[in-house]
Write a protein that binds this ligand. Sequence first.
Ligand code: SAH
Length: 218
Amino acid sequence: MKSAAERNAGHRQALAAKVLAAGIKHGKTLEAIATVPRHAFMDAGMHPQAYEDTALPIGHSQTISKPSVVARMIELLHKPKQSLGKVLEIGTGCGYQAAVLSLLSDEVYSIERIRPLHDMAREKLRPFRIKNLRLIYGDGILGLPQAAPFDAIILAAAGLGIPDALLEQLAIGGRLVAPVAKNEKEQQLIMVERMSSQRYQRTVLDEVFFVPLQSGVV
Ligand code: SAH
C-alpha cells in the first residue's frame, strides 16, 4: 500500500501534468507546481478537490487561483534563462502562489488586504519554513515602496487598470503580469515590461477570471 506521502507526490505530479496539458511549458514552473502541496493551503473539506485544475473558495468571498493560470502568469514573468529575482505579489490569499513563487525567486514579498486571510496564510505557510518569503498586511494598490524596485510583480486580483505605484516600483527590465477588467464581465491578462524609466511595453494576452482588486484594508 502507498504511504500518504507517496500518494501526495502522485497528486502533485498529476496536477503538473494537467498544467502542462493546459499549455504551460516552462520547466521550472512545472517543477514548482509538482513540489508545492496545494491541499495544505485549504480547509480539510476542500482537500479532495485540491489537485484539480480549478479555482476554489478559501472564505471571505475569495478563491485560491486556478493552478494553470498561476503557472501561466509565472511563466510570463520569466525572462529567458533568468530566475525571477525580487518579486512582489498582490493578493496573498491562502499563500499557495507565494509558496510556488518562493521556489523560483530570490525574495518574495506578498501583500494581502484582508486580515483573516493574511493571518491564515501565515499559519498555512509556517510549517514550510520558507526563508525568502515575507507576508505583508496592507493595500497592494500602493505597492511596497520600501522594498522596491521589483524584478517581477504579479497581481492575483483584477483592477480596472494597473496601479501607477506598481508600474513605478517595477525595475527597468522587469515584468509585471496582471488581470485587468475590460468591462463588468470580461478580464484580460496583461504583461508589462519596463523598457526604460519612461517606457513600458504592454502585451494583451488570455481571457481570465479573477476576484476584484479592492482598495484599503479590512
Ligand atoms: N494568490 C492567491 C490568490 C488569492 S485571490 C493564491 O495563491 O491562490 C486574490 C486575493 O487578492 C484575495 O485574497 C484578495 O483579498 C486580495 N486582494 C484584492 N485586492 C487587494 C489589494 N488591494 N491588496 C492586497 N490584496 C488584495
